[in-house]
Design a protein around this ligand. Structure first.
Ligand code: CA
Length: 91
């Protein structure tokens, strides 16, 4: 399978694993980040305070949960974060 397709399918799989009826609770979203992000340099970038703020911003419809649309915003943020951490580590 093509790499991009594979990566997207993995993201959908992760979403479905943590979601219940199309939404991930904030607690489950935090658990997901704990379990699915292994890189300590990336984790170090995300303080508890920054995470709370980011989650508040991600929750666009203010229902206290993360739907697929909001999840894609979060993934976009993580892609940028990991891109910059890798760039730093390569230097
Ligand atoms: Ca929401």
């Amino acid at each position: 399978m093509a790499r991009l397709e594979n990566a997207i399918l993995t993201l959908v799989e992760v979403f479905n694993e943590y979601a219940d009826k199309g939404n991930i609770t904030m607690d489950d979203f935090k658990t997901m980040l704990e379990e699915e992000i292994a890189c300590k340099e990336v984790k170090e970038q995300i303080s508890d305070e920054a995470l709370e703020e980011a989650l508040g911003e991600l929750d666009r419809n203010q229902d206290g949960m993360i739907n697929i649309r909001e999840f894609t915003l979060g993934v976009g943020f993580l892609i940028k974060c990991i891109y910059h951490v890798q760039k730093k580590l390569d230097m």
